[in-house]
Design a protein around this ligand. Structure first.
Ligand code: ATP
Ligand code: MG
Length: 336
């Protein structure tokens, strides 16, 4: 019987904090689908995390475990998805070195993701070189596994573009080793922060985490920005730019009811507390089972680390095969 050949998918997260609702809708939900249709690799990007946290490796170390717990809690299945730790695959670092020669410094400076993140993280002219070149490192992450699909949020599309430029240049110079990569965007390519900022992000402190308690959710939703002109329930209010409604649009499956609530809010007669209570209930319904599963896995940290170790071992074999192909193509396999 011939074995079905599945395309490879790869994504990852920096272990700079626990995962949040932005990760859930931007990427994790698609990964749950891909683990059945693709040969999926999910990477905990500690090397990338360190590029902006070199002074605090303990934070990165602690969060490797937290992110692994989040993965298991949302339903990534280690039997279907190879979950691994980036720094334990030296082939990725090696591949990065060769890719660095294929990209100019000025091209890196034009990358919108890098520009935005430099601003987010408060780097001015003091950006670490490792951070600046991380689109190349990311291309190496993807191509070390010869992945064809990357399920990610909208902020990642310049990264995929950069990866494909590297594919083109590498193949032109050394022969056809890599294939183009495509991004699988989600229905919600960008979830706003609870503060109304464009993007929910760990480092912006505006996130609802998949591990948040019901109390945390209540507190965060109650503090959400709605409409400053909507003072009394009877006042007409704005739905656009209203964080509570934008979350209901994403998370509440009862679309018709949400549409009716919006109408009522616009004309007046619907209080902020009513819609906030609804959102709390909607979010708790999503997060409660994740939180419970997370607590179960957290009872056996050694098993979580074993799962990562096994995944990393499998991942390394694949990356080593690619590296051998790369060295053959460039012609630098001197002793074999
Ligand atoms: P950091 O603050 O360290 O940058 P982050 O919260 O922005 O962390 P990343 O590690 O940058 O998270 O992102 C991991 C993945 O999750 C990427 O695919 C990204 O597109 C997706 N993602 C992160 N935040 C959101 C969001 N608010 N909406 C949609 N997708 C998101
Ligand atoms: Mg980010």
């Amino acid at each position: 019987m011939s074995k079905e050949i599945k395309l490879r998918a790869l994504t990852g997260d920096r272990p700079t904090g626990k995962l949040h609702l932005g990760h859930f809708v931007g990427s994790l939900q698609n990964r749950l689908v891909l683990q059945d249709t693709h040969e999926q690799y999910v990477m905990i990007a500690d090397v990338q995390g360190l590029s902006a946290n070199a002074q605090d490796p303990q934070k990165i170390k602690d969060n490797i475990y937290e992110v692994a717990l989040d993965y298991l809690a949302v339903g990534l299945d280690p039997q279907k998805t190879t979950i691994f730790v980036q720094s334990m695959i030296p082939e990725i670092a090696e591949l990065t070195i060769y890719f660095l020669n294929l990209v100019t410094v000025s091209r890196l400076g034009q990358n919108p993701t890098v520009k935005t993140e430099m601003k987010e993280k408060g780097f001015d002219t003091s950006v670490p070189a490792g951070f600046y070149m991380h689109p190349i490192n990311q291309a190496a992450d993807i191509l070390a596994f010869q992945a064809r699909v990357v399920p990610a949020g909208e902020d990642q599309s310049p990264m995929i573009e950069q990866t494909n430029e590297i594919v083109e240049k590498f193949n032109r110079l050394y022969g056809p080793v890599f294939e183009k990569v495509s991004m699988l965007a989600s229905h919600t390519p960008r979830l706003m922060g609870i503060d109304g900022k464009a993007k929910m992000s760990k480092s912006l402190g505006n996130a609802i985490y998949l591990s948040d308690s019901k109390h945390d959710i209540e507190k965060k939703v109650m503090e959400m920005y709605t409409d400053p002109e909507h003072i009394k329930a009877t006042d007409p209010g704005h739905v656009e730019g209203n964080v509570v409604f934008s979350y209901l649009d994403v998370f509440d499956p009862r679309h018709e009811e949400v549409a009716a609530l919006k109408e009522q809010y616009r004309t007046g007669g619907l209080g902020d507390v009513t819609i906030k209570k609804r959102l709390i209930e909607v979010l708790e319904t999503i997060i409660a089972p994740i939180r419970e599963k997370r607590e179960t896995y957290a009872k056996d940290p050694a098993q979580v680390m074993r799962m990562l170790e096994e995944g990393t071992k499998r991942a390394r074999e694949v990356a080593a095969q690619t590296m051998a192909q790369v060295k053959n193509a460039i012609g630098i396999n001197y002793f074999s």
